[in-house]
Design a binder for this molecule. Structure first.
Ligand SMILES: Cc1cc2nc3c(=O)[nH]c(=O)nc-3n(C[C@H](O)[C@H](O)[C@H](O)COP(=O)(O)OP(=O)(O)OC[C@H]3O[C@@H](n4cnc5c(N)ncnc54)[C@H](O)[C@@H]3O)c2cc1C
Ligand code: SF4
Length: 448
């Protein structure tokens, strides 16, 4: 067993990491699907979208071949509507709420229709929003992820001059550095950021890290308001023996390297265990397989009924050939010569429901061992607690606390996205950015 990179040919990497989303092959195919929509009054699909996209309206606009209008409807509520149409877990949001589910028919392919309109808009570079005249106000945003970009776009529309400070060399946040490349390709992420910046009035300063290259005090002095959209950090520690062995890695770091450095550069084991069952765990497992690992096993301490990922995501992992072991909690990583050799797990059973309402795993006292050479930790992410505490921001274990929808305890400083909620989805971060912009506009006494 060994951990090596460059396991596949250039063509195999390209195939394994190509976009998994089929598009409508013809305009007629999109029209047929759009015409299935019942254009429900008080539409449940719209209510279940965290950004409140007017789904029946944008679908109706497709039926009348008003694609520009359709894209405008989507982007008005969600400037990352193109990216969300690729990464949103729609089966638990809009498509899961579509009335067709109650008629035991396939729901409307809302995401695919959304992709149809927004991709056309991006390809043609239709700039559908006009920036108002400058108000002379300046806002600093820290983090160019979905929350930061969404906040920036709303503020720029209102004539605010926005400067985003981003510690990486590209924008998009976890869209660019976290989510699996076969869901959103690197090229798409770059195109989406450029499309958002197309409105003007937003400058991104890359390779600029809060707490290292500049301070919150400086931002407060130089800008009229500050929005913190720094997301969350590395994977949670397992706190089990053997965690420091060579071959134990953080899922976020693993995925970051795939996205930042290219597929062939990232080493992967022959036999890989992934701990966790959220979106990060699935993305790490499927990408380990697509990088050429021979066996990948997902280990989760509860059962399928309590899993945090969606059925669709689990199906992707299964189709990629990943094995799944339910009711197993890691207790020890065994090694030889400093390298991972085995993951030892306790067999669990389900007990009483915990605070999350899900039945909690209870140790049966039995154990088993998996022979592996790589262990990927994906049991949740930890907020940037040190940074948040350094600037005396009120917080709960590093998650920034808010007074209203976006104001922190420091006057003129606002926050949103994963940095506040501890890690949800892109669409939640986009809505948080809109809420942040609304609070900032009200603080600056600018009507929108
Ligand atoms: C592996 C993985 C898979 C996921 N899959 C999905 C999915 O399929 N669908 C989905 O909807 N969601 C998914 N998510 C969640 C989604 O990516 C996040 O909820 C979303 O990106 C949060 O947006 P954000 O803007 O709050 O934070 P982020 O996207 O994390 O952006 C924060 C930005 O701030 C920057 N930053 C951080 N600290 C500093 C600092 N000190 N100074 C300057 N800049 C800083 C970061 O570099 C980053 O660009 C996934 C997350 C992970 C980790
Ligand atoms: S619930 Fe389904 S049918 Fe009704 S408006 Fe939404 S997409 Fe159309």
């Amino acid at each position: 067993m060994s951990i090596t990179n460059n396991r596949l040919s250039k063509e195999q990497y390209a195939e394994n990491f190509s976009d998994i989303h089929p598009t409508f092959e013809t305009a007629d195919a999109a029209l047929v699907e759009a015409n299935r929509c019942l254009f429900c009054y008080d539409a449940p699909c719209m209510k279940s979208c965290p950004t409140g996209i007017d789904v029946p309206k944008f679908i109706k606009q497709i039926t009348t071949e008003n694609i520009k209008g359709s894209a405008h409807t989507i982007f008005t509520s969600n400037i990352m509507g193109a990216g969300c149409s690729k990464v949103c877990p729609v089966e638990k949001l809009c498509e899961g709420a579509c009335v067709y589910n109650f008629m035991e028919e396939e729901p409307i392919s809302i995401a695919k229709l959304q992709r149809y309109s927004t991709e056309k808009a991006m390809a043609a570079n239709w700039q559908l929003f006009k920036r108002k005249n400058s108000t002379g106000k300046k806002v600093a945003i820290v983090g160019a992820g979905p929350a930061g970009l969404s906040c920036a776009h709303v503020l720029s529309r209102e004539g605010i001059d926005v400067t985003i400070f981003e510690k990486e060399s590209k924008g998009g946040g976890l869209m660019t550095y976290g989510i699996a490349a076969y869901k959103v390709t690197p090229q798409f992420c770059e195109d989406e950021v450029n499309y958002i910046l197309g409105i003007g009035g937003i400058e991104i300063k890359y390779n600029q890290e809060l707490g290292k290259d500049f301070s919150l005090t400086e931002l407060k002095k130089n800008f009229d308001a500050v929005y913190l959209a720094i997301g969350v950090g590395v994977a949670r520690r397992l706190d089990i023996p053997g965690e420091k062995l060579e071959g134990v890695i953080d899922a976020i770091q693993f995925i970051y390297e795939i996205r930042a450095n290219g597929y062939s550069t990232v080493p992967v084991g022959d036999k890989v265990a992934v701990i966790g069952m959220g979106m990060t765990a699935i993305d790490a497992a499927t990408q380990a397989k697509r990088l050429g690992a021979k066996e990948v096993t997902l280990v989760y301490r509860r059962t399928e009924a309590e899993k945090p990922c969606t059925d669709v995501e689990l199906d992707i992992a299964r189709l990629d050939g990943c094995e799944i072991i339910w009711l197993a909690a890691p207790v020890k990583i065994k090694g030889a010569e400093g390298k991972v050799k085995q993951l030892v797990c306790s067999v669990m059973k389900l007990g009483e429901p915990d605070a999350s309402g899900r039945r909690s795993p209870v140790d049966t006292g039995e154990t088993f061992a998996l022979n592996v050479d790589m262990v990927i930790k994906a049991a949740g992410q930890v907020p940037f607690e040190k940074l948040v505490k350094k600037y005396r921001l009120e917080n709960k274990n590093g998650k920034i606390s808010l007074k209203d929808k976006a104001a922190t305890n420091i006057k003129g400083v606002f926050a949103g996205g994963d940095a506040v909620n501890g890690g949800k989805e892109v669409v939640d971060a986009v809505q948080a950015g809109k809420d942040g912009a609304a609070s900032i506009l009200s603080y600056l006494r600018i009507k929108n």
